[in-house]
Design a protein around this ligand. Structure first.
Ligand code: ADP
Ligand code: MG
Length: 757
């Protein structure tokens, strides 16, 4: 075996773990456990040693802390540590099986009945010898109610206090910690721990396979790869376990950050064309006609962008700013700088509705300056061209021509802009709006055009905590635009308890009042129709949450049902109501929004498709049904749609959940603060671990295993600094083979995820 050239981690588990010889019943049973485990591993996706060692314990139990038996809920799979109180056995009615009843006890008077079955009297006697009163054991299995008692049926078990063949593997090593693995069918936790023990016993030092260079390990006080595996699978105490886990987290962060650093270095090794400011042209003309002064934040970020764009290193910048912070103006000014320098700028929006809206609002901000090539246009004017998938053939042809000829200085569009037929004369800047809807790969697709790469600005209204930004957007610099200049009024948000009919009555009354004053409203529902799943809109939702396990299932409001209900409500008689959701096509949606803006519709009942960007200044009221079904940042985005004009906005968050439930607290937090960044922090503390990135952030986030972006902020920052230093000195990672291999493996896993998604 020593001559096998396959690296240890790539060996097939079944080729190195043998089923032990057995003579006593206990040995036989143990051998059977291992044999069944080896047979079933593949069905759990475990083939190689690496796979096995990556299957880390689900829990670590301290054997000196017996389980509180009274707290066990029937119907669940449990793992308990407890002392045997009594042992009795009898023949089953058919005379073939022996039924064994073991009563467990804890020191608080709690009891748990265990039933075991065997066909062998010999085995039953052996069990009686082992499971004698007072013995301490670990039992894992399903529970149910039986004769007014919680019963554990046919559990997997082992002894914790005696050095017998039945003892837990850990006891022999004088450990206080019992590892519990996630099993599957006959591959029990115990089978896995036997197999892992065998493998770890054979494991050599894995220095050549360690993606973390020795110098980094020393600097950060991290154990080696092999030691990390030992400490995770066979810790003697919690301190050892923690040291193993810390290493695993660092490794994960390090590999991810190394890849991000590599990409960044790769992009920065390309050149961008420097687009210098040209005074006295389009940008200056634009500034001169702006109806408002720029805020200090806009000026500051604008200065940063202007300097980035004037350089030959491609800009890679993320601009975060709350809804209404005025990001569009900032981005537009950067685009105008590029146009002044002879280039073109593209603005990429996640949906057709948004692309159209962007084109319209850029058009109105620029006025005649957007009418390049027409008679009334002043000299420095350019053309703003919209390119979306739903353009007619003729319009599309014209748009493509404008883009290829360079007539269009500014091009606004959806994914259609990424199409092969789209050729820019000289693309100098790409602005991506609402990053959370775009994957890393789409970003790269745009960058990959031509010899020089365009500068890239990514904008998001979803405030992202710094560590999250570092993890998901590690290849981007981050700028933050603070404040909301245009909001002349406070926007009030209230929680409405749906269980109180009076409150609901007042809610609809309020909606009617607003409409009567010539204003418009939104009613948002989580579903399209009653039988349907949650609307996923045109793309993935950023953060649908479901941490409501503490609450009974209930019917959620749907767009269809709400349209009917509101239509029949006397309080809303005469109000014109329309539905809007992700199953409608782009034209239909545009038509509804246009009608709302024009005032021929008063209320739009919709799913979250209205979440980002759409601007209807007359919209003053939003009612969100089942508000507990939405995430904090999503609610904040949603209410950003109202109160954008002269009149103050109001947002009513309707929900039947208790105020002190997790969901209730989340809604209360949204009602209490109108600052997106403050909410982002609340969000992070309230959310469940691992949920921070949301499913649709199909960047690397999806591949995170043990890392928690918030809790592990420091580890991520350190790993990022170390990874950047290494990539800087060794851009091709020639001298860091193990790291390069680990990156390749991560990318392969990620590709798999994207295919599945
Ligand atoms: P967002 O950051 O959400 O994209 P926008 O760029 O759409 O915000 O700006 C929101 C509104 O604020 C727009 O109507 C815009 O014209 C206006 N606005 C932008 N900057 C200023 C400013 N400095 N003063 C007043 N209004 C502004
Ligand atoms: Mg915007």
């Amino acid at each position: 075996m020593a001559s096998d050239p396959t690296p240890f981690l790539d060996r097939v588990v079944t080729s190195i773990v043998r089923v032990p010889d057995a003579t006593t019943p206990a040995q036989q049973q143990r051998a059977a456990t291992i044999a069944q485990g080896l047979k079933g591993l593949r069905s759990m996706g475990i083939v190689t040693v690496r796979d096995l060692l990556a299957h880390t314990p689900r829990r670590y139990l301290d054997r000196s802390v017996p389980t509180d038996l009274a707290a066990i809920v029937p119907g669940e799979e449990v793992t308990v540590i407890a002392h045997v109180d009594t042992f009795t056995s009898r023949r089953a009615a058919d005379g073939r099986m022996i039924v064994i009843s073991v009563m467990l006890r804890d020191d608080r008077g709690g009891r748990l009945a265990v039933s075991l079955f065997t066909g062998s009297a010999y085995m039953a006697r052996d069990w009686e010898r082992l499971l004698r009163p007072g013995a301490l054991g670990l039992f894992t299995g399903p529970t149910k109610m039986y004769r007014n008692m919680v019963q554990l049926t046919s559990p997997d078990w082992e002894l914790l206090d005696e050095d017998t063949e039945y003892s837990n593997e850990r006891i022999a090593q004088a450990s206080d910690l019992i590892t519990v693995y996630r099993g599957k069918g006959k591959v029990t936790s115990r089978a896995i721990s036997h197999i892992v023990r065998d493998v770890v016993g054979q494991m050599p030092e894995l220095d050549d396979a360690d993606p973390i260079p020795a110098a980094v390990r020393k600097e950060r006080n991290l154990v080696s790869l092999a030691q990390g595996y030992r400490l995770i699978h066979q810790p003697r105490n919690f301190a050892q376990k923690n040291a193993g886990q810390r290493r695993a987290k660092f490794e994960e962060a390090f590999i991810l950050q190394a890849e991000l650093a590599r990409r960044r270095a790769d992009i920065r090794s390309h050149k961008a064309i420097a687009r210098h400011l040209r005074p006295g042209r389009l940008l200056d003309a634009f500034d001169d006609q702006l109806p408002f002064p720029l805020t200090s934040g806009q000026l500051e970020v604008g200065g940063t962008l202007a300097a980035d764009i004037a350089g030959t290193t491609p800009m890679l910048r993320l601009l975060q700013g709350d809804v209404g912070a005025g990001k569009t103006v900032v981005a537009l000014r950067a685009m105008l700088q590029v146009v002044d320098a002879g280039g073109q700028a593209a603005l990429l929006a996640p949906t057709e509705v948004l692309a159209a809206q962007h084109a319209a609002s850029i058009g109105s901000l620029m006025g005649d300056l957007a009418r390049g090539g027409t008679l009334m246009a002043p000299e420095p004017a350019t053309r703003v061209t919209l390119l979306t998938g739903s353009l007619g053939a003729a319009a599309r042809k014209k748009a493509l021509l404008d883009i290829a000829s360079g007539q269009a200085g500014i091009v606004v569009g959806t994914h259609a802009l990424l199409g092969d037929q789209v050729h820019f004369a000289d693309l100098g800047l790409v602005v991506v709006d609402e990053q959370h809807r775009f994957g890393v790969d789409q970003r790269d697709a745009l960058r990959a055009r031509g010899e020089t790469v365009p500068h890239t600005l990514v904008m998001t209204a979803t405030p992202i905590p710094r560590t999250v930004a570092m993890t998901v957007f590690g290849d981007l610099e981050v700028s933050v635009l603070r404040g909301t200049p245009a909001r002349s009024h406070d926007r009030a948000t209230f929680v409405v308890d749906e269980r109180r009919p009076r409150w609901m009555e007042r809610t609809w009354q309020r909606l009617a009042d607003e409409i009567r004053q010539g204003r418009r409203g939104f009613v948002v529902c989580p579903r399209i129709d009653p039988g349907e799943a949650v609307d996923s809109g045109e793309q993935d939702q950023p953060d649908q949450q479901s941490d409501i396990a503490d609450e009974a299932p209930r019917d959620l409001h749907s767009v269809e049902q709400m349209v009917q209900y509101l239509g029949a409500l006397p309080a809303l008689a005469g109000v014109r109501i329309a539905a809007l959701h992700g199953r409608m096509n782009g034209d239909e949606k545009d038509a509804i929004m246009a009608a709302l803006a024009a005032g021929s519709i008063d209320v739009v009942v919709s799913t979250t498709v209205i979440e980002v960007g759409i601007d209807v200044p007359e919209a003053t009221i939003m009612v969100v049904m089942d508000a507990d079904r939405f995430g904090i940042s999503q609610l904040h985005q949603l209410r950003g749609r109202v109160g954008r004009g002269q009149a103050p906005g109001i947002c009513l968050l309707v929900s039947p959940v208790a105020p002190d439930s997790p969901a209730g607290k989340r809604i209360a937090a949204v009602a209490a603060s109108d600052d997106g960044f403050e909410l982002a922090n609340v969000d992070v503390t309230l959310r469940r671990e691992g949920d921070v990135l949301g499913q649709s952030q199909a960047g690397y986030a999806s591949s995170l295993r043990s890392l928690r972006v918030i809790d592990d902020a420091q580890i991520i920052a350190q790993a990022r600094a170390d990874a950047r230093a290494i990539v800087q000195n060794d851009p091709t990672l020639e001298g860091h083979r193990a790291l390069a291999a680990a990156i390749a493996e991560m990318l392969a896993g990620r590709a798999e995820f994207i295919e599945r998604a």
